[in-house]
Ligand binder design. Structure first.
Ligand code: DC
Length: 224
């Protein structure tokens, strides 16, 4: 029998990253940050000076991507061509590059198997935009996490301030809105809840409150 998968999809800044890692740690399951794979692809294009409208080169880059995730005492390290790029991935530039490459259907196709390979025993928590609708459509438990764009921008602002990046709230909100628009309107695997996803609106909920809702559903499904 294949390992169970819990999918957590939603727009950027909805708390998916924090919550999926909390859930994976709590359950002792594997964790997939699918956004990191798109970010790595975007970064690889930036490093190779590939323009995002040069689809042939972007697709070739996705197909030959040399990436690795290493669990260390400092957390999860991400390597591109053997070089540590964890911090670069999390910048606004990294997110915008990811969103550009992610809108190309053949890029998504090229990255599909890499994502499915994360489904290993005893189970997987998968964080992304199309985990429940495309990559793991048979998953027994799916969440769709949302929050208002303003709340997501405020959360992102705080997060970036802590990392020391120079930030502007209005610019972050505009970036979130344009990324939502691009992620939701693309032809292949647009951001939307799976028909069988449990939707959680977290604008007025704490991380712990959302985590408890998720855990209740994990138990209700008999996954642990
Ligand atoms: O979750 P994130 O912010 O790291 O994702 C970066 C971008 O990657 C996001 O704008 C959309 C894209 N993405 C995607 O299209 N499909 C996924 N499963 C994950 C991310």
């Amino acid at each position: 029998m294949s390992s169970p998968v819990i999918t957590i999809d939603g727009p950027s800044g909805a708390g998916k990253g924090t919550l999926s890692q909390m859930l994976a740690r709590h359950l002792g399951w594997q964790f997939l940050d699918s956004g990191a794979i798109y970010r790595l692809c975007g970064l690889a294009c930036l490093k190779a000076n590939i323009a995002f409208d040069d689809h042939v080169s972007v697709i070739a880059c996705a197909q030959s991507l040399d990436i690795d995730f290493i669990v260390s005492d400092d957390g999860l390290q991400t390597l591109l061509d053997g070089e540590e790029v964890t911090a670069q991935l999390r910048t606004e530039e990294g997110g915008a590059a990811a969103s550009q490459v992610a809108s190309i259907p053949a890029v998504r196709e090229a990255l599909l198997q890499r994502q499915r390979a994360f489904a290993k025993s005893p189970g997987l928590v998968a964080d992304g935009r199309d985990m429940g609708t495309v990559v793991f459509c048979d998953a027994p438990l799916k969440f769709y996490l949302t929050a208002s764009a303003e709340e997501r921008a405020a959360r992102r602002y705080k997060q970036l301030q802590q990392t020391g990046e120079s930030v502007n709230l209005a610019a972050i909100l505009a970036d979130i809105q344009s990324r939502d628009e691009r992620d939701m309107s693309r032809k292949v695997a647009p951001l939307k809840p799976a028909d069988d996803a449990i939707e959680v609106e977290s604008t007025d909920l704490s991380i712990d409150a959302v985590f408890n809702i998720m855990l209740e559903n994990v138990h209700a499904k008999g996954l642990v």
